[in-house]
Design a protein around this ligand. Structure first.
Ligand SMILES: [Fe+2]
Length: 371
């Protein structure tokens, strides 16, 4: 059997989760072994689905669904394990008669599992509409007040239905934007409904057009050419190292898009010369890591996604705590460097664990203002 190496971290996490679940049951619910076995079996099936030989035998929606839920369960058990270990030590010091304190400690073990359950549901909430005013130095007068809508990281899959996407599309249309941008990750894997995603996005309406760039998930399955062609037939222009120049009154807005940019390769290699000096240049890049290079090249505004706002995110004393922080300084929101601005959206969907904690799904409306 050939293991898909890309899924090896998932496999390790799932196995760690199964082990954590096993010990938690032994420590806290010793009488409920019959409850544990089906849960562990479910996690094991999720782990087995990482083995390529089995992938073809399972319908796509089941494969992604089971793997995602198994991963979520495993993650909840891993999070609960250190709490359980501490609680177990503490319980030995509390008398058997002190039922209140004992129950509170038991509840502490359940808290990470309950939080994950909430995150699973929260990922399916109606997206938030995030509205921001962006003050741009030297913005041409005729671009003042321009409304830009953004929808990103859709990941249409068993964990984000077409109906949920339709709701997000309606929300974007209701803002009556001048321009709408789709900034990548339409789907997660090759068996996800890419055609459905594009058909639904085709309902997006904006006075000066709907434009897009691709994400890493289109790249993984080499879907960029097909998705671009399909989208173009539906009136959405995906820009691939290309520029479109749009006129608004006396001003021009130069719009460029790039495919996924790996941080292990030189970034924005083919688009530096597309920046038009002394005019407004907007770059669509799925990954926000391009920002340092982008501001050196002279882009006024970069619109990105990719991070999902951390997806599992804890806010503590004003600090955002999530794993994505270790990979990029641009997890969510607005960033400024010299005259350049970067906006990073949390997007709509999920990847890996099908849950969102502290990072609700969103669509965005940005209003450009002259600084
Ligand atoms: Fe994504």
């Amino acid at each position: 059997m050939r293991i898909v190496w890309r899924f090896l971290p998932d496999l390790q996490a799932i196995l760690a989760g199964a082990a954590a679940g096993f010990y938690l049951q032994r420590w806290f619910l010793p009488r409920y072994r019959t409850l544990l076995y089906p849960i562990l079996a479910f996690i094991a099936i999720g782990a087995l689905l990482n083995v390529r030989l089995l992938l073809g035998a399972v319908p796509a929606q089941w494969e992604i669904g089971v793997r995602g839920l198994a991963f979520a369960l495993a993650a909840a058990f891993v999070a609960a394990f250190p709490v359980g270990w501490l609680v177990r030590r503490r319980l030995t010091q509390i008398p058997e008669t002190d039922l209140v304190r004992r129950k509170m400690l038991h509840a502490a073990v359940a808290a990470p599992i309950a939080t994950m359950g909430f995150g699973l549901i929260a990922a399916r909430f109606t997206p938030l509409l995030i509205e921001r005013e962006l003050r741009i130095p030297g913005l041409p007068q005729d671009l003042h007040g321009l409304k830009l809508a953004q929808i990103s990281d859709i990941h249409l899959s068993p964990f984000l239905s077409r109906r949920e996407l339709a709701r997000a599309v309606d929300m974007v249309n209701e803002t009556r934007p001048d321009l709408t941008f789709v900034t990548g990750d339409l789907i997660t894997g090759s068996r996800d409904p890419l055609d459905d995603c594009i058909t639904e996005l085709a309902r997006l309406k904006a006075a000066s057009g709907v434009w897009g760039c691709h994400g890493n998930h289109e790249m993984y399955i080499k879907a960029e050419p097909y998705a671009s062609e399909m989208a173009a037939r539906h009136g959405i222009q995906f820009l691939r190292d290309e520029r479109a120049s749009l006129r608004f009154g006396q001003a021009k807005l130069h719009l460029t898009g790039v495919d996924f940019q790996s941080k292990y390769k030189p970034m924005l290699r083919n688009v530096g010369e597309l920046v038009v000096p002394n005019e407004f240049n907007l770059l669509l890049s799925h990954t926000p890591e391009v920002f340092r290079t982008a501001q050196k090249q002279g882009w006024d505004l970069v619109l990105s996604g990719h991070t999902h706002g951390g997806q599992l995110n804890l806010e503590l004393f004003g600090e955002q705590l999530n794993i994505i922080r270790f990979f990029t300084p641009y997890t969510y929101g607005l960033f400024e460097e010299n005259r350049s601005r970067l906006w990073v959206t949390r997007g709509l969907g999920t990847v890996g664990i099908p849950a969102r904690i502290g990072a609700p799904p969103e669509v965005v409306l940005l209003k450009l203002l002259r600084a």
